[in-house]
Design a protein around this ligand. Structure first.
Ligand SMILES: [Cu+2]
Length: 152
């Protein structure tokens, strides 16, 4: 790199501009990486209820839901967020046989992890989740729209 070409330039060049020029494509790569940061929702189940829920996700965003089963019984996990053709990567649990594409099982003491991309929505929305084995075990997850009317 020809550093000499930079030196005679005026000192009032904004720092961000100078950094952008130096990093070039590297900066673009960083920006793309930031936009694809995975959002995480953590759900803990104990005593047949949702003991805690933390996190939220954004529309059109890579999302990871973890469901930690601290009970001594198996629990199910299903959500209105999942559409039949949605691709969901599962680990730590299993699919309930014969129950459709997104009815999951998480054994006692295990953590089910589901990775997928949320749909694009026009507004913030909350989606129900529930255990199909124990109907009293349910909650809601928030999907936030932040791109605004200009899109994004
Ligand atoms: Cu259950």
């Amino acid at each position: 790199m020809n550093i000499g070409g930079f030196l005679p330039k005026p000192l009032f060049v904004p720092v961000s501009l100078a950094v952008g020029a130096l990093l070039g494509l590297g900066l673009v790569a960083l920006a793309v990486q930031a936009a694809q940061d995975t959002k995480k929702i953590e759900i803990v189940i104990k005593d047949g209820t949702v003991k805690s829920l933390s996190g939220y996700t954004l529309t059109g965003t890579l999302t990871e839901i973890s469901v930690r089963n601290e009970d001594t019984m198996i629990h199910g996990f299903n959500s209105s967020l999942f559409t039949p053709d949605m691709k969901v990567e599962m680990s730590g649990g299993s699919l309930a046989p014969g129950k459709g594409p997104h009815v999951y099982r998480v054994n006692a003491g295990k953590t089910l992890v589901l990775k997928f991309t949320t749909p694009r929505l026009d507004d913030n929305r909350s989606f129900a989740f529930w255990c199909d084995i124990h109907p009293s075990m349910k909650g809601e997850m928030l999907v936030v729209e932040v791109t605004g009317p200009d899109g994004g």
